[in-house]
Design a protein around this ligand. Structure first.
Ligand code: ADP
Ligand code: MG
Length: 352
């Protein structure tokens, strides 16, 4: 079978009812393209916590005669009203990132759609979760590369492709209406802070004044250059391996804008580290990202988008009642105060 027809077969878009009844062996044999009569299969559960993910399984296929093994991951994602997940759509776009040199992406063997779920099959990879703050330089290069390769892919060649990319766009209302993108809804949780602590007086009003700045940044971002954005820069989505950093889990993917992933990475670091460490990591990240950014892209606009995404994510996290309660319990209100002040100063930094 030639490559094109193989691709056609395993990335078939049709929701096939009978795939939901088919045995695991049938599904695996379909994506691999050969019969598995001579193989035994053992399955282990892998830990997953995304709400739409039904299960993540590690299958080991062992050839009965030779003992040769093959390790495959199967991720099953529930569908809402028969609409397939962004993760499976992303994989169906093909090997967009196959030429990557900074991050490695375990090969996707195929996607099977049923009316109720998508099954995504990828190669199992091994390695250790890296310390995300320690690899800021590599992350900068890796993100610049994803932006470069995927921006080339996202130049629509026909109306069908244009529609597909439009559906996956970050700026569709069905993504933007999520609570986390509307920090104003969380402002009432500030009343949990000690009333006699003068550092937090007037904080609500000051934070509210960020809203017009954010709206402006959003409008500006909308018209900037597009790329696939991974958006989930947590250690458990990376493996440090002999072949380099393996990146997995595209469950948050969107057609975003250059700079968004940098904002996602930095906001994860901002959550985990104190201010001094954060500033240092940010510097290393920016240095490497800007050096690696393709010259087709406007660096200023990437930086603006990064701040927009960072601010959006960080405001959501630091205004959640859970975060505020956690900082109070750990006696870390000094740090919480520093973080609010940093966020409040961010829009003026971006303008400068
Ligand atoms: N290709 C893979 N190789 C090895 N382990 C994997 C692979 N894909 C997923 N895993 C393991 O399964 C876990 C859950 O998968 P992930 O795609 O991150 O799902 P979720 O969206 O629920 O976070 C990961 O944290 C990782 O430990
Ligand atoms: Mg994950």
């Amino acid at each position: 079978m030639n490559t094109e027809s193989k691709k056609q077969r395993i990335f078939d878009r049709k929701n096939v009812f009978w795939w939901s009844q088919a045995s695991l062996k049938k599904r695996l044999s379909h994506v691999l393209g050969y019969a598995l009569d001579e193989y035994s299969i053992t399955t282990q559960d892998l830990e997953s916590n995304a709400s739409f993910v039904k299960h993540v399984h590690h299958h080991r296929l062992t050839h009965l005669q030779t003992g040769v093994t093959l390790d495959i991951v199967e991720k099953s994602i529930r569908k809402l009203l028969g609409i397939s997940s962004l993760e499976s759509r992303f994989h169906r776009e093909g090997d967009v990132l196959a030429d990557s040199t900074h991050f490695r992406h375990p090969q996707c063997l195929g996607v099977i759609e049923t009316p109720w779920e998508s099954f995504i099959f990828t190669r199992f990879v091994r390695g250790k979760a890296p310390r995300m703050g320690k690899i800021a330089t590599q992350i900068g290069q890796g993100i610049a590369e994803i932006e470069n390769l995927s921006n080339l892919h996202l130049q629509p060649k026909n109306w069908l492709q244009r529609y597909r990319f439009w559906e996956m766009d970050f700026f569709r209302p069905w993504y933007l209406l999520r609570w986390r993108f509307n920090f104003v809804r969380y402002l009432p949780s500030l009343s949990e802070l000690p009333a006699d602590d003068a550092r937090f007086h007037g904080l609500k009003e000051r934070l509210l004044s960020l809203q017009p700045e954010l709206n402006l940044a959003k409008a500006r971002a909308f018209n900037s250059q597009r790329c696939f954005c991974h958006m989930d820069y947590l250690a458990k989505n990376f493996f440090s391996s002999r072949e380099g950093f393996q990146m997995i889990d595209w469950s948050e993917v969107k057609v975003g804008r250059i700079g968004f992933d940098g904002g996602a990475y930095l906001s994860a670091i901002f959550r985990q580290e104190d201010m001094a460490r954060f500033m240092k990591i940010r510097m290393y990240f920016l240095r490497s990202y800007l050096a690696a950014l393709d010259e087709r892209f406007d660096a200023q606009s990437a930086l603006h988008n990064m701040d927009y995404f960072f601010l959006q994510n960080a405001l959501w996290h630091f205004l959640r009642p859970k975060t505020i309660a956690d900082y109070q319990q750990r006696g870390k209100l000094d740090l919480l105060h520093e973080k609010y002040e940093y966020l409040l100063a961010l829009p003026s930094m971006a303008k400068g």
